[in-house]
Ligand binder design. Structure first.
Ligand code: FE
Ligand code: FE
Ligand code: ZN
Length: 277
């Protein structure tokens, strides 16, 4: 099973790989730059080589880069959209140093313009930054639908993909906390939720899972992650997610609140046991 968590390291890719190994992870997610935006450090080929060596030796699965939270492709402000376009394009260029991995972003908040306009703006930016030559799979993250967030329903994710001309290789990252908060009952009816995902988006688009418990009940539209087993989703339901025949071959990334690496090491061990891994 490919299971890991969101990591940050001051020591580049080699630091991320080292931390992943130390907690029993064989995948990880990381921010491409400061999550609040700002310049990214130049990619160091030696650092990439060190990471690739560890990844090969340890049989790592795909790593997942996460765009900064400040990236809002469907802002009403042109300067915010320009920032999104520049960061997105720059991140995708940098991702080619670690070819064949994935880049996840939040579709954005339409801030009062309406979902339809928001969806059109997101598709517009995607068509500007996506390029046939890229080896990176770009993932839209399912959101909780708080505020004016786009992506709180499978329909909206599907609409974004449908509106792109260059979206043939776009994928989706399903966040268990977000879909639960958006009202998809993965505790009571996981099969039903996956059937809906399949009919509205297509399971072939599903490439990654953010594995989180939720501090809030079904449909709360809050987006507050809880540790595995300490929220309203619970360990049993999350264990069914990692064991599900339609999901178990996907990479899972924990984004649970932890004080240090040992918290993730514990969750990874618990989930590996639950999955019979
Ligand atoms: Fe996210
Ligand atoms: Fe997430
Ligand atoms: Zn979240």
């Amino acid at each position: 099973m490919f299971l890991g968590c969101h990591l940050s390291s001051a020591d580049g890719f080699r630091g991320l790989a080292r931390d992943a190994v130390s907690i029993g992870a064989n995948v990880f997610q990381f921010f491409t730059r400061n999550p609040r935006g700002g310049a990214a450090k130049p990619v160091d080929p030696e650092d990439v080589a060190a990471y690739l060596a560890t990844a090969k030796e340890r049989g790592f699965g795909p790593i997942l880069a996460h765009a900064p939270y400040t990236l809002n492709p469907c802002s009403a402000k042109p300067e915010v959209r320009s920032f999104a376009r520049e960061v997105f394009a720059d991140d995708l260029r940098r991702m080619e140093f670690v070819p064949g991995n994935m880049y996840n972003f939040h579709p954005g908040s339409h801030v009062g313009q309406g979902a339809e306009k928001g969806i059109a703006l997101i598709a517009e930016i995607l068509d500007e930054v996506l390029d046939e030559g890229q080896s990176t799979t770009v993932l839209l993250e399912t959101m909780s639908g708080k505020g004016s967030e786009i992506g709180g329903s499978f329909d909206e994710i599907r609409a974004i993909i449908d509106h792109t001309a260059k979206g043939a290789r776009l994928g989706v990252c399903l966040d268990t906390c977000h879909v639960w908060d958006a009202g998809y009952d993965i505790v009571g009816d996981l099969d039903g939720v996956l059937r809906r995902f399949d009919s509205e988006i297509g399971l072939d688009r599903l490439r990654a899972i953010h594995l989180n418990d939720s501090k809030n009940p079904l449909g709360s539209r809050k987006d507050r992650h809880a540790r595995i087993g300490e929220g309203h989703i619970g360990l049993d339901a999350l264990a069914r997610v990692v064991r599900h025949p339609l999901l178990r071959d996907l990479p899972f990334y924990l984004e649970t609140p932890q004080d240090d690496l040992s918290g993730w090491a514990e969750e990874i061990a618990v989930l590996r046991r639950a999955a019979g891994d």
